[in-house]
Ligand binder design. Structure first.
Ligand SMILES: *[C@@H]1O[C@H](CO)[C@@H](O)[C@H](O)[C@H]1NC(C)=O
Ligand SMILES: *[C@@H]1O[C@H](CO)[C@@H](O)[C@H](O)[C@H]1NC(C)=O
Ligand SMILES: *[C@@H]1O[C@H](CO)[C@@H](O)[C@H](O)[C@H]1NC(C)=O
Ligand SMILES: *[C@@H]1O[C@H](CO)[C@@H](O)[C@H](O)[C@H]1NC(C)=O
Length: 491
């Protein structure tokens, strides 16, 4: 009933906008977009939007490549693209506006609508939609390797897989899959995974679900009686998880969150300071404009949804299954960044700390005892960084679950410094760094925290301009074709 009504309004709204909105601004178009197959025997495919680095200081063939995965299960990475960390964000009036905190300033940025069935991605049959993390990773691996074949310039670039929320499961899953797969591949066939980053993630649900009552109680949102009631509900979710009664365990977790919402009356648990929920539905409105779909080479009859109920249902029994062992493997064989917004009540600071401290990894004691260093961006406190060798955890102030939406510039500084191992994200102990840089008298120099603080940007010809200039109008076949019609200018 409500769905039909909402759809009707949306349709009217969109037809109106289709008349009044000019096409997708050319300068905002992805460098490359289209569909990547998930297997040679299926017509299912993963939609992608790729933005080349705007101002890379390295040759493109060495410029890191970030992959972004949205959560859900079943939400589209176009939320990340057009509402969080992409170079252009959709406004209230459904136009696009440059994002000053885009994650593709100095890195290539690839958004994948995964699993199939989410966003613009196509599931040939409902049965093909993944029901577990191995299937998700298998599809992603096929799509990523296909993407890397699109142009030689992609082949050896260091790859960082990033994502948010339920991607706290996908990111470790694909990272783990890549490392295992690489072991059996020749050097030239490997995927050059350099690290993984999880924002406000669900990774070890059993420990995470048990934290909401205490978290809300000490924030002051519920009283002791409510805390006890919530704890009972949490215990039930834990019990069902331990029994391996997966589907009911997911229901029980949803119950916990519904109860917390009811008790607090908050418009969203994603950010307890918000008076209204995040407006990521703007992305859905924008991407359903006929002209926009046409420009992106998507069938105009395709109804785009920011989150797919079908994909969510397919993964329902997967929700409470832990991927912590995959993170343990990744932290030994790669680099791992965890980051959370301080206001997130669902998969925030408390929900992350609780599982991290149970990690089986030889560095965990050192990590837990490492100093939590005050992190500043442009002279202001941006949050806290705790790091030991390959594991880094960041708490970002003034942010909720959709962290790059709330703190675009700080999230950009964080990802750039982590990838490039700069500032607080480098491999030396902070005490050592203090001894080296502190002047003999007077206050110590502030640590360089952003790329800008450290090295002046190398001024290069604007690579992306050249790319956009050579970007032709997409043809309807582009969705399934892989002919490369853009030329990457090597610097
Ligand atoms: C899971 O829980 C439901 C509801 O409590 C129960 O009916 C069912 O038998 C349980 N299944 C298993 C495998 O324990
Ligand atoms: C678009 O989708 C409709 C309905 O699924 C289908 O009939 C039509 O052939 C599609 N058009 C193209 C160009 O793929
Ligand atoms: C920093 O340490 C991590 C983990 O020990 C390692 O993977 C990485 O290569 C190191 N970076 C540098 C620049 O030495
Ligand atoms: C890229 O560099 C150009 C030239 O230095 C500058 O005008 C532009 O603002 C830079 N863009 C970004 C996103 O940093």
């Amino acid at each position: 009933m409500t769905f039909t009504f909402k759809t009707l309004i949306l349709l009217c709204y969109c037809s109106f906008l289709a008349l009044s909105t000019p096409s997708y601004p050319k300068e905002a178009l992805p460098t490359k977009h289209g569909y990547l197959p998930i297997s040679p025997t299926s017509t299912s495919s993963i939609f992608y939007a790729f933005y080349e680095a705007q101002n890379s200081t390295l040759p493109l063939s060495q410029t890191p490549l970030l992959i972004w995965l949205q959560g859900g299960p079943g939400c589209s990475s176009m939320i990340g693209n057009l509402y969080e960390l992409g170079p252009w964000r959709v406004t209230q009036s459904l136009t696009l506006q440059r994002n000053p905190g885009s994650w593709n300033r100095i890195f290539g940025l690839l958004f994948l609508d995964s699993p199939i069935g989410s966003g613009f991605s196509v599931a040939a049959t409902p049965q093909e939609i993944p029901k577990d993390q191995n299937a998700v990773a298998e599809h992603l691996f096929a799509a990523i390797t296909r993407f890397l074949q699109l142009h030689p310039v992609f082949k050896y670039r260091p790859i960082y897989v990033t994502g948010e929320s339920y991607a706290g499961k996908y990111v470790p899953a694909i990272g783990y899959y890549i490392l295992k797969k690489n072991a059996n591949l020749g050097v030239s066939e490997r995927v050059n995974l350099a690290g993984v980053a999880i924002g406000d993630g669900l990774t070890d649900p059993e420990t995470q679900v048990a934290t909401h009552a205490l978290n809300a109680y000490y924030v002051g949102l519920i009283n002791e009686r409510q805390k006890n009631e919530l704890e009972k509900a949490q215990l039930e979710a834990v019990r069902l998880t331990q029994m391996g009664n997966w589907s009911e365990a997911t229901d029980a977790r949803n119950e916990v969150l519904a109860l917390l919402e009811q008790m607090t009356g908050l418009p969203t648990l994603y950010d307890y300071t918000r008076k209204v929920p995040y407006e990521d539905d703007l992305v859905e409105k924008f991407l359903n404009i006929a002209e926009v779909k046409k420009t992106l080479g998507v069938n105009e009859s395709f109804v785009y949804e920011i989150c797919s109920a079908v994909v969510d249902a397919a993964l329902h029994a997967d929700v409470m299954k832990s991927v912590k062992y995959m993170v343990e493997y990744l932290v030994r064989n790669s680099r791992v960044l965890l980051y959370q917004g301080e206001y997130d009540l669902r998969d925030g600071v408390v929900q992350t700390e609780v599982w991290v401290k149970t990690m089986k990894w030889e560095g965990i004691e050192e990590f837990l005892n490492a100093e939590r260093v005050i992190w500043k961006v442009n002279g202001e406190v941006a949050g806290y960084v705790q790091k030991w060798k390959s594991l880094t955890n960041v708490v970002v102030l003034g942010a909720g679950h959709l962290l790059p939406t709330d703190q675009p510039v700080n999230s950009q500084a964080m990802i750039e410094d982590w990838v490039l191992e700069r500032g607080l994200f480098r491999n030396v102990s902070i005490e050592l760094l203090c001894d080296v840089v502190a002047p003999p008298y007077g206050p110590p120099e502030p640590f360089p925290t952003t790329a800008m603080d450290l090295v002046p940007l190398v001024v290069e010809p604007d690579i992306s301009e050249a790319l956009y200039a050579s970007f032709g109008e997409p043809t309807p076949e582009e969705g399934v074709g892989f002919k490369l019609e853009f030329i990457l200018a090597e610097s």
